[in-house]
Design a protein around this ligand. Structure first.
Ligand code: GLC
Length: 732
């Protein structure tokens, strides 16, 4: 009897314990079980709120913090958090956990594009490093600084393949090649998301802008982008497919109208490709008010129809414009939206929140800003990323590095003493006070070696030449001129379209007047896009593309100039001779009449100024003959290709070998050549290093047709490395 009493008492405790342990609150339950349990418990209004993202913290001065928090509904799905204060974020989260019925945590997002407070080089520069491992480390640090500041989710990486440099957002991606965007996109995802999303310093990645946004007509932002199904599958989708396979938690739809169906309401891409074909389990957020913009794009008569089209296409979350909250309930009651689709969308959002651990650890541990940001290791990686991203484009008579032959250095130009614009666009919480100017860094690098003088010379633009005289005087007294020209940070990034990629005339005129002095000119560029250098290039003895190198960029630049660092960057995007050559990119198709320059421009060369993959070093690298393990394979075999490279220079240097494949005859015409693999290695002075590429026909010799099917055909192929081209064949 006694035993029976004890057993029934224990059973009572257990069942009450289990009841109190509702599954979605039970840490040991699977994410799937927790999501299912929670969705079952939610009302329609609670579900719809999870599919909305508002903003918080824009105006976070102390006397109205309470106000902004009050405006935020406790059940909101996500917020764009503009404040870096983790306590502000925790206050809002506390409201969600304690005041909403089910205590669902908010997902805080923010644009951590190339750093949070420690700012790394712009992504286009990062790709110039050809060092994905380094970029992954930079992304991991950006994630840590972001997480410690209250951000769980970044709207990055941007992997829009782009070659039209009039479009300001070329700065935010990894250049003109699909493979390059895929490799650096995946490296960045891994940096952000770590081994698993619930790790203490992991944040969710967001592939953007899905898809084809970079084809915005004329480089003008937010425009129609005519993307053929063939281009979609062979150029624009591959980086996204790689990113989804790498486990990117979310995507963001682009602003662009893709050949008549805007990305934000494109069922083929958002559902058939992303969910059905690729099996993506996360969710898609719209770009800023992009749902409402479907009205401007002519596919929705009003906000309600915009909500209907976007949601039924497969867009789960509505950024900022509140259209989903306003109209989804009505559309469900009118049976235009299926509640099961709502449940699926909510489940996707909740899955990301569970995966991030937000239900179990909704609050951020507060540590001092001095321990949160700009740590020595973060700055060291920022400096290394900047150093490896800079591209030496010209170096006549090896004028660089500046050895002892120059005792008087004049640093001139609008960028010389600038420490803001060299951070680039999308600088999150980066501060101008954290970064040195090129002038400051060069002055300290050459202290005791040369005297360094300065003159601004001109502004970035305009017609004011008052500064020319002082610049000419300073240059007159010097042995060498370091001319620092370039762009303002606002000239690239979003809504930063330029009709020409030439620098403003005033900068060219400044250079022309300095050139008259007959002194050597080292041109240092800080810009967010390829530039038109046709008139500038002949006036420079050396050209160093510094891009917008971020918080520690100036020191990296100074060490390249002094020779402490050997430049190793190579271009991930073509530099046209002039804007008129656009579109021009390395992986174009062959002309129908390639001979005798048929069809070329009559007035200028049809060749770009600098090609994809171009970059000089202080070392000289000699490529020996490519060796391949076989010249004839079936599509089930592999080929091992090798090339050994000797550093015949006097400095140790890093060399990136780019391996291209050319497929001259195929059912669907192929580009002249396509990058399939690259590797960067250190080669000590006088030494030889071997680079290897295993050619896997399925991966490296196939292509996608307009339905996205992988096509692998027999026939001749060429392996292209440096200036060598070697034929091999695939036989049945
Ligand atoms: C912007 C950008 C997008 C960014 C988002 C949130 O309009 O297009 O790249 O992530 O809005 O700021």
């Amino acid at each position: 009897m006694r035993l029976k009493l004890i057993v029934s008492f224990l059973l009572l405790i257990l069942s009450s314990h289990l009841k109190s342990q509702v599954v979605y609150k039970n840490k040991s339950a699977s994410t799937d079980a927790r999501v299912k349990d929670l969705v079952k418990r939610m009302t329609l209004e609670e579900k719809v709120l999870q599919l909305n993202q508002y903003i918080a913290g824009l105006n976070n001065n102390v006397n109205n913090i309470g106000e902004s928090i009050k405006e935020i509904p406790a059940g909101i799905g996500s917020l764009i958090l503009f404040s870096p204060d983790p306590e502000f974020r925790n206050q809002i989260q506390k409201k969600a956990i304690e005041e909403s019925r089910l205590g669902i945590p908010i997902l805080f997002g923010f644009d951590v594009i190339h750093g949070f407070r420690t700012i790394y080089p712009i992504p286009l520069a990062q790709a110039s490093s050809w060092n994905p491992e380094l970029i992954q480390s930079a992304a991991a640090i950006a994630a840590k600084e972001a997480k410690l500041s209250g951000t769980d989710w970044t709207f990055s990486p941007m992997i829009d393949v782009a070659y039209d440099a009039r479009w300001g957002r070329v700065a935010e991606g990894y250049g003109e090649d699909p493979y390059t965007n895929a490799i650096f996109g995946v490296a960045t995802i891994k940096g952000y998301q770590g081994n698993k999303l619930s790790d203490p310093f992991s944040i969710a990645a967001c592939l953007k802008h899905f898809v084809g946004y970079s084809r915005s007509e004329g480089g003008r932002d937010y425009r129609y982008s005519d993307v053929s199904p063939q281009s979609l599958w062979e150029t624009y989708l591959p980086p996204y497919e790689a990113g989804v396979k790498a486990g990117a938690a979310t995507l963001m739809s682009g602003f662009n109208d893709i050949s008549g169906i805007p990305a934000t309401a494109n069922h083929y891409l958002l559902s058939e490709v992303l969910k059905e074909k690729w099996g993506h389990k996360g969710f898609v957020v719209s770009d800023w008010e992009a749902v409402k913009q479907l009205i401007n794009q002519g596919v929705a008569k009003d906000e309600k129809e915009a909500a209907l089209k976007a949601f039924n296409a497969g867009l789960e979350m509505d950024m900022k414009d509140d259209v989903y909250r306003k109209y989804l309930p009505e559309l469900i009651s009118e049976k235009k939206i299926d509640i099961n689709k709502i449940n699926d969308a909510v489940s996707r959002v909740l899955k990301v929140k569970f995966d991030l651990g937000l239900f179990d650890e909704p609050y951020v541990k507060i540590i001092n800003p001095s321990d949160r940001y700009l740590q020595p290791n973060s700055l060291a990686i920022a400096e290394k990323a900047a150093a490896e991203s800079m591209v030496l484009l010209k170096n006549n008579n090896s004028i660089l590095p500046l050895q002892n032959q120059y005792k008087k250095i004049a640093i001139i130009g609008p960028i010389a003493k600038d420490s803001l614009n060299i951070l680039g666009s999308w600088t999150a919480h980066g501060k101008v006070t954290d970064s040195q100017s090129f002038y400051t860094a060069i002055s300290s690098e050459f202290k005791g070696i040369a005297t360094v003088t300065y003159a601004k010379g001109s502004g970035f633009e305009g017609t004011n030449k008052e500064g020319f005289k002082e610049a000419i005087n300073k240059a007159q007294e010097a042995d060498v001129i370091l001319l620092c020209l370039g762009e303002m940070k606002a000239w690239s990034g979003e809504n930063a379209t330029r009709s020409t990629i030439a620098l403003p005339l005033i900068q060219e005129e400044l250079m022309k007047e300095l050139k008259e002095l007959g002194k050597p000119i080292v041109l240092i560029l800080s810009n967010g896009r390829p530039l038109e250098l046709m008139r500038i290039e002949p006036m420079a003895d050396a050209i160093l593309e510094a891009w917008q190198p971020g918080t520690s960029g100036a020191k990296a630049l100074a060490q390249i100039l002094s020779g402490k660092v050997n430049p190793s960057g190579k271009l991930p995007i073509t530099f046209p001779l002039t804007t008129g050559q656009i579109p021009i990119y390395y992986n174009m198709r062959q002309s129908a009449r390639p001979m005798d320059k048929m069809g070329d421009y009559q007035d200028i060369s049809t060749q770009p100024l600098y090609s994809f993959g171009f970059g000089l070093s202080y070392s000289k690298f000699e490529y020996n003959d490519i060796k391949i393990s076989s010249k004839s394979i079936t599509n089930r075999d592999k080929i091992i290709a090798e090339v050994s490279v000797k550093n015949t220079g006097v400095m140790d240097g890093m060399e990136t070998v780019h391996w291209f494949i050319s497929d001259p005859v195929a059912t669907i015409s192929r580009p002249l050549k396509e990058l399939k693999f690259f590797e960067k290695k250190l080669i000590r002075a006088g030494e030889t290093v071997t680079y290897k590429f295993e050619i896997d026909p399925e991966k490296d010799l196939s292509y996608r047709n307009s339905e996205g099917n992988i096509i692998l055909e027999e026939g001749d192929f060429y392996l292209i490395v440096n200036k060598q081209k070697i034929r091999f064949e695939v036989v049945r």
